[in-house]
Ligand binder design. Structure first.
Ligand code: BJW
Length: 245
């Protein structure tokens, strides 16, 4: 670790194009539960019961109760030191931030050039895909009453504007993420590197010649593929790197 921090800091300092991919671990210190970690959400709930279009079709109220509960929890959370460092770096030209997180804490921290690959729990869209309702709208009500909420355009059921398993990511987000793999340094932070297409980006970046690094509490499938795998918490390591720049 002692050598690794200055090495990564020097790479970041020398990079014209820096891309950062984040996952739930970046928000863990803010109090947002991860999915697969030690108190992760998938330890208590089955993804197929709650985070698929089939689950929503079967029981929209149940799925909405889960999202309403998560929204209440996230509403009490604030960005942590990891979000703050990433937001500061994002103001440098050539820095792009890709997040799988739906909590919007990167936005709250003031991150520029942010791609929210899996959407946001604070946005809704029309389940029936009526034309105006395919553009997500913001709804930050906490607590949510009268579940499930309705589409303001057609009156049908609304859904969380997040990407569930088996659903395609928005084309513009995939395009932006793929473009961002053409970079000098690709840093993957706080993600289990299990969920595609996000998990494939670090490999694409490396193939194009980027220096790749990972920050995580533990090894992931990406660890063996990156040049530098740093074990530790994002909220400690990122500020430590920022101090070296
Ligand atoms: C810390 C820390 C600290 C803790 N500091 N670290 C290719 C191969 C295999 C499968 C597929 C494939 N392509 C597609 C698939 C299927 C599927 C998939 O990937 N399945 C795998 C699980 C096998 N992918 C999809 O279905 C995607 N869609 C798709 O590809 O569509 C194709 C298509 C095309 C055309 C038509 C139709 C379809 C969609 C994936 C959507 C994922 N959605 C979720 C839910 C979002 C909504 C919600 O939040 O409710 O996104 S699932 C969940 O996982 C959420 C997350 O964004 C995502 C990733 O999780 P993340 O962020 O990595 O969190 P964790 O908990 O897994 O890990 C946390 C990490 O942090 C851990 O490693 C900790 O150690 C670490 N950590 N504290 C640093 N303080």
């Amino acid at each position: 670790m002692s050598e690794a921090l200055p090495t990564l800091a020097a790479r970041i300092k020398g990079a014209r194009r820096l891309t950062i991919l984040t996952g739930a671990g970046v928000s863990a210190a803010s109090g947002v539960p991860t999915f697969r970690g030690r108190d992760g959400l998938w330890r208590r709930y089955r993804p197929e019961d709650l985070a698929t279009p089939d689950a929503f079709a079967r029981d929209p109220r149940l799925v909405w109760e889960w999202y309403a509960w998560r929204r209440e929890l996230i509403a009490t959370c604030r960005p942590n030191a990891a979000h703050d460092v990433i937001a500061a770096w994002s103001r440098n030209p050539g820095c792009r931030v890709l997040t799988q997180n739906v909590d919007d804490l990167h936005l709250q921290a003031g991150t520029y050039e942010l791609v929210r690959m899996h959407g946001s729990v604070w946005e809704l869209s029309c389940w029936e895909r009526c034309a105006p309702g395919t553009t997500p709208w913001r709804d930050t009500r906490v607590p949510m009453t009268n579940l499930p909420p309705r589409c303001p355009h057609c009156g049908c059921i609304a859904r969380p504007a997040v990407v569930w398993f088996g659903e395609a990511l928005r084309a513009q987000d995939v395009d932006a993420a793929v473009r961002a793999t053409a970079c000098d340094v690709f840093l993957t932070v706080g993600t289990s590197a299990l969920v595609y297409p996000a998990a494939g980006l670090v490999h694409d970046a490396r193939q194009q010649g980027a220096f790749t690094a990972e920050i995580n509490l533990e090894d992931t499938p990406a660890s063996a593929a990156v040049e530098l795998a740093l074990h530790g918490s994002a909220e400690q390591i990122l500020p430590a790197i920022a101090r070296l720049l």
